[in-house]
Design a protein around this ligand. Structure first.
Ligand code: URA
Length: 484
């Protein structure tokens, strides 16, 4: 069998891979005939370059591939698995030879593997966005360097995000195999560096540690979730990591102290004044890069609409920062308003039951609401839920957009009409689109279903059972999201 070699340099380049793959198809070179080489690596087989293979006259028109395939290939190429190059070519070959729909079969072994590689790259990219920490270059006012160790070839892919986010400063992100530079107007890339090339610490880190310790709530510590969200391998990049062992160790004692203080405090169910962060902590949060934590903290001081005033507190979303699925409700209810956590009241408990029936672990999801403050009407001692108006949804839009941007879920679930119209537009017709997949403006698939409160409002008996079954059937659709 004649063998050929194809070199992809740099090894994550879609253009380089595409040129080789086109040549392979045009010359009818089968997948098993190609020896793929990355960067400058030497060939063991000494096979001639694929570029020299004669194109066969009967190869027909070059294969047209879908946008979905190109997007998949762009991500897969960033993975470090050397098998990704033959895998992508095999997929392309199959598409060009009669299996045009192969990508829509998620059970196909090649598709399964490619999706898993793409997912790992997305996760690694997400972690880089969340855990890069810039340190000031000693003696320079606006120059910053960060050290990071990604698992995959993602520096070129993620650098534009930092260029947009930190457009006003000069920075470099150094990694062992590649570095990215931003001079305030131009992004460039260069070879890898060493950890010692980046400054070890800077004065702002003390501020960040103070801020982090002040917002760390021992009562909300879920060590398993924290380690999932902030895996230990990234701790070396994070100034706050030095605090974590102490904060975790002392959490139990601090919670006991909080309970003891609560027992002494006068009993009042609804605090008169909203709980606000200290002015210093709010100022410190303004200076922080956009992590979910910083956004959550900024949202505590939100005054963009009138709902903040009677409400107890802002109820921001919660869940792993790299959750693959985000559930979006309408607004916090009475219990959520008092506890500061989404979906903990009766609707949340029903949602928990439905998720359990569908075999989904709630702790893997990011749960949030279109509106972050409880809107209610007081009737005597009771606070009765009132639907938020468009202006409230509008006022909260940037918080929700920030959560989606930070978490970058693979799929989103809109629970009820308010969430659906917040994400899919005011013209969205809930009764027609319920139970179906839709697409957000950034391409994320969004499933629309009923709100658990609607199920509760059906009372008892057959109507309630039917409503429950409807919600469950929709939630089960998360097991088979549409191919993107
Ligand atoms: N209903 C919602 O939409 N969200 C909650 O967090 C609770 C009830």
């Amino acid at each position: 069998m004649q063998r050929w070699s194809a070199r992809i340099d740099p090894p994550w380049s879609l253009d380089a891979w595409r040129a080789a793959a086109r040549q392979g198809l045009a010359a009818t070179v089968a997948p098993e005939q190609i020896d793929w080489l990355e960067g400058t690596e030497a060939s063991l087989l000494d096979a001639p370059a694929l570029a020299g293979a004669a194109t066969s006259g009967d190869s027909g028109a070059p294969a047209r591939v879908s946008k979905a395939f190109l997007e998949l290939a762009t991500s897969v190429l960033c993975h470090r698995d050397p098998q990704r190059l033959p895998l992508l070519y095999r997929l392309l070959w199959r598409i060009a030879h009669g299996q045009r729909e192969v990508l829509s079969n998620p059970a196909d072994a090649d598709v399964l593997r490619a999706n898993a590689l793409a997912q790992a790259v997305r996760r690694d990219s997400h972690k880089m966005k969340a855990f890069v920490r810039f340190r000031q270059v000693p003696g320079e006012d606006d120059a910053f360097i960060a050290w990071f160790e990604p698992d995959h070839h993602i520096v070129d892919r993620v650098a534009p995000f930092f260029a947009r986010r930190f457009a006003g400063m000069r920075w470099a992100i150094l990694t062992p195999s590649r570095s990215a530079y931003w001079d305030g107007s131009q992004l460039s890339a260069g070879p890898g560096a060493q950890r010692s090339d980046a400054p070890a610490d800077d004065s702002r880190e003390e501020l960040w540690r103070t801020y982090y310790a002040s917002i760390f709530n021992p009562a909300r510590l879920n060590e398993r979730m924290m380690r999932q969200e902030m895996p230990v391998k990234y701790w070396k990049h994070l100034p706050e990591a030095t605090l974590l062992p102490r904060l975790v160790r002392d959490a139990g004692t601090r919670v006991e102290e909080m309970h003891a203080r609560e027992a002494l405090a006068p009993q009042r169910r609804i605090p008169e004044a909203p709980l606000l962060p200290s002015a210093a902590a709010a100022r410190a949060a303004e200076a922080l890069p956009d992590s979910l934590t910083a956004q959550r903290h900024r949202a505590t001081a939100c005054r963009r609409c009138a709902l903040w005033e009677p409400a107890t507190q802002t109820v921001f979303g919660e869940g792993p920062a790299d959750a693959r699925v985000m559930l979006i409700g309408e607004q916090p209810g009475d219990r959520e308003d008092l506890s500061g956590r989404p979906f903990v009241g009766p609707a949340g408990q029903l949602l928990d039951r439905v998720l359990a029936e569908a075999g989904i672990d709630r702790t893997t999801l990011y749960l949030t609401n279109a509106v972050k403050h409880f809107r209610f009407q007081r009737r005597g001692k009771v606070r009765v839920h009132q639907r938020p108006d468009r202006e409230h949804v509008q006022a909260c839009r940037s918080w929700l957009a920030g959560e989606i941007e930070q978490v970058r879920p693979d799929t989103v679930v809109c629970l009820g009409a308010t969430a659906a119209s917040a994400l899919l537009g005011a013209a969205f017709r809930f009764s027609e689109g319920r139970g179906q997949w839709h697409t957000l403006h950034d391409g994320t698939p969004a499933l629309v279903t009923v709100h658990p409160s609607w199920v509760l409002r059906q009372g008892e008996g057959a109507a309630r059972e039917a409503a429950h079954a409807l919600l469950l059937a929709d939630i089960r659709k998360l097991g088979a999201p549409p191919a993107v």
